[in-house]
Design a protein around this ligand. Structure first.
Ligand code: ADP
Length: 273
């Protein structure tokens, strides 16, 4: 299973005085099993790109396909493929709207046509994933929860859809360090079990270095780097800086390599800090 982005460009408000080219001729393939990090300065096109991956935005030119199915098509098949990509927005709690937590999480699976029984099963397991006790939180109003708990409900809502690809846009924004670590350790453990692939947009280089198997760097609407995070953090530090992104400190990068058991390249010490 793979998402294929072919020569995609995106122009907002085309033909108006506010015309803005947000993506220019992007091509890439995302395979099931990858954990992809996307970094880039604010306005570089990250959000626009990820919204193309689940068909929320259709390209101005080019196409996005999943297993050969064009996401812009008006067919049942295309809808099913779009549903296979779950998206957790930067402040997902803004999307909560049902009376109770359980109903909110059930909304997605019900919409997919799941039976009552299957929906309940999914709600319970998604809540477990997100670290929310069903008996304690299921009947509560999502609007009366703390920010961190609301975030978990929103993540559970996406998980309950059983996506093959999970896109997370700064999922830890506004969360305390403990909440952040918890959410990421759950995501990582499900990823490692092969439940879904992950596409993570983040400004947090620490998260990216620890988790991503592949890194995409966006700059002014272009995909300027696509490679192994450690390779980019080690060998393309100046280029990253030119894109307005700071790589983790060199010492930190070397530490990650050691932790992951990746041999430190001979020339590492000569890499410019
Ligand atoms: P990032 O996620 O990297 O911050 P975005 O994809 O949000 O970048 O934005 C890319 C460019 O497109 C920016 O210049 C932004 O101002 C512009 N843009 C984003 N959304 C819209 C929109 N709905 N209408 C017009 N311009 C937009």
């Amino acid at each position: 299973m793979s998402i294929c982005v072919e020569n995609v460009s995106c122009v907002y408000s085309k033909g108006s005085p506010f015309e803005k080219v947000a993506l220019e001729n992007i091509s890439l393939t995302i395979e099931k099993g990858e954990f992809i990090g996307i970094i880039g300065h604010t306005g570089s096109g990250k959000s626009t790109l990820i919204q193309h991956l689940n068909g929320l935005i259709h390209p101005t030119s080019g196409k996005v396909t999943i297993d050969g199915v064009d996401l812009a098509a008006k067919t049942k098949e295309a809808v099913a493929k779009r549903h296979s990509v779950g998206m957790v927005f930067q402040y997902p709690e803004h999307q909560l709207f049902e009376e109770t937590v359980a109903k909110d999480i059930a909304f997605g699976p019900k919409n997919l046509g799941c039976s009552e029984e299957e929906t309940e099963k999914r709600v319970k397991s998604a809540m477990k994933f997100a670290g929310l006790d069903y008996d304690t939180f299921g009947g509560r109003s999502p609007f009366r929860l703390s920010g961190g708990q609301q975030r978990r409900v929103a993540i559970a809502g996406v998980i309950a859809m059983h996506p093959d690809f999970l896109i997370l846009d700064e999922p830890s924004a506004g969360l305390d360090p403990i909440g952040r670590r918890e959410i990421f350790s759950r995501i990582q453990s499900w990823y490692q079990k092969g439940v879904f692939s992950v596409i993570l947009v983040s400004h947090n280089m620490d998260d990216i270095a620890r988790l991503a198997t592949r890194l995409l760097v966006m700059h002014k609407g272009h995909l300027v780097m696509d490679g192994k995070p450690m390779d980019i953090f080690l060998h393309h530090r100046r280029e990253l800086q030119e894109c307005g992104v700071d790589a983790p400190p060199l010492t930190q990068t070397l530490l990650y390599l050691k932790e992951k058991g990746i041999p430190v390249p001979e020339d590492a010490k000569t890499v410019e800090e």
